[in-house]
Unconditional design. Structure first.
Length: 276
């Protein structure tokens, strides 16, 4: 079966010249059908479904090449926006592990999964990163690791008294993946011409920073997709990315303006652990 091609932008060399290339996401018709069914499932929360127009879950997961037979780790699922899709998608033939910092308040999604085992299957639990304690994911066990809008949290030191542990986090992800395994990252994008110091307070990250972190840990860059880009985002709000929906950090102040912008401009990056 012919795989689908998803356009990506690949930065070549150390300069500013970008070359557009086609990155092959190895999706089959049956995989795309299963993804569409998981996204369209009536068991999804209505408020989560309303965000699909911003988050493009089927296209994002297809770009990462997530198969229904994969052993998938979702890092810091939060309220479980992607978990609602991934758990049914992997229920019959794959495995989903959701990992959170110990004592982070992610018990709500755990309780939801446990209460709906027929829909979500047996979802495993673990903790991440190990610097925060708990029991981590076994080394060399994952086919795919994904995290959505979280690298900025590691940079900002969430749950660890503002200590930047992003480098350690990437090394730990590298260890948990099998050779040839995929790391998929979606995060709020800080333009390269803005001050890098804003990564420590705004919730936005530069593509170059995340590429550096991943490649320093040993990953190879496999490509990027613009599926989650938003050219209306100005990236310069006093209260950071949380000014935009769904958080609306300014409350009712300029709410209509921020609603019209929509969710943040986001990078969607794919990395691979080399086969040695």
């Amino acid at each position: 079966m012919r795989p689908s091609l998803i356009a990506a932008v690949l930065m070549i060399g150390a300069g500013s010249v970008a070359t557009t290339v086609a990155v092959t996401a190895k999706t089959t018709p049956s995989m795309r059908t299963a993804l569409a069914a998981a996204v369209a499932a009536p068991t999804r929360t209505a408020t989560n479904v309303a965000r699909d127009k911003y988050r493009k879950p089927a296209e994002t997961l297809a770009f990462f090449g997530v198969k229904p037979t994969d052993n998938v780790v979702e890092i810091w699922p939060g309220g479980g926006w992607y978990t609602e899709i991934l758990a049914p998608y992997l229920r019959d033939n794959g495995q989903l592990t959701v990992v959170s910092p110990p004592g982070s308040g992610s018990d709500s999604i755990a309780k939801k999964l446990d209460a709906n085992a027929a829909t979500y299957g047996k979802v495993a639990r673990a903790n991440f990163p190990s610097v925060l304690g708990g029991t981590g994911v076994a080394p060399g066990s994952a086919d795919v690791v994904m995290t959505f809008r979280n690298v900025h949290n590691w940079r900002m030191g969430a749950y660890n008294k503002d200590v930047d542990y992003s480098e350690a986090a990437f090394r730990e992800i590298y260890a948990m993946l099998k050779p040839g395994g995929v790391l998929g990252i979606e995060d709020h994008r800080l333009p390269e011409n803005m001050d890098t110091a804003r990564e420590r307070s705004s919730g936005y990250m530069k593509v170059s920073t995340i590429r550096m972190l991943a490649q320093s840990a040993g990953f190879q860059f496999a490509g990027s997709s613009e599926v989650n880009a938003n050219s209306r985002d100005t990236h310069d709000y006093p209260k950071g990315v949380w000014t935009l929906p769904p958080r609306f950090a300014e409350g009712d102040t300029d709410r209509a303006k921020y609603a019209a912008i929509g969710e943040s401009d986001r990078m969607t990056l794919k990395f691979v652990k080399p086969r040695r």
